[in-house]
Design a protein around this ligand. Sequence first.
Ligand code: ADP
Length: 258
Amino acid sequence: AVSVNPIRNEKTKVIYGVVGIFHDITEMKKAEQIRIDFVGNASHELRTPLTSIKGYVDTLIEDVKTGQIQQAGKFLDIVSRNIDRLMDLVNDLLSISTMESTNSELKLEQINPLQISEHVVAELAVLAAEKNIAIRVIGEVPPFTADARKVEQVLRNLVSNAVKYIPNGKTVQIRWEKDPKNNILLRVIDDGQGIPAEHLDRLFERFYRIDKGRTRDSGGTGLGLAIVKHIMQSHGGSVTVKSIEGQGSEFICTFPIR
Ligand code: ADP
């Protein structure tokens, strides 16, 4: 688009020239489209568990009226699981919106990466044990400057993904090391089924999932990796993924040394 503004002589107000401004609206349009898609996706994701809750609660109300409460336990279980899902979604949506608000700042401090890793491993121990998955923390790096809670969230999202998506009996490694430029590298490596190459480019987009049905069943919101990317960027770092189908996946986070 082009906008044209006249330039007038200060005194006589006679127009003696024009300034044309070319606006690059393709970028603006793209950002707007991403926002519209995001709101649409979020609403859809929220509506699915709500519709289920509404259905089961209405049925329960009828059943209670007619004294048929044999199914009540089963229905309440489903309601409870859908509420868990809503809470996960709302928490992830809140994380994204807090990170995007301009006044959200990192709380930078010296963090101990191994301590944070052990914390996350302990949190996910029950889930991992259910699938007989071993999680190992490997490597050694000195404390570095970062936002402890955000780094913990990066680890939680990457490790819980690995635990969720790899088959029973496989392993997850959390590896901390330095690269030749002295940046801190966090690598989360699994020996699961891997991710087909055609998905790798889009994996960090909000709500992007490989197999919507299957991953929704496993409790995914499709926001985990978008949050990881956001956190890494806010630290001036980055996240990348390597994966070979049938062999496993590796997520690599780089924290530039401050
Ligand atoms: P979700 O909430 O669905 O897990 P994410 O953004 O965290 O969303 O992940 C996006 C998709 O990437 C997942 O739905 C899953 O299909 C795939 N994925 C992520 N991590 C792994 C992994 N370690 N192994 C296989 N697939 C994975």
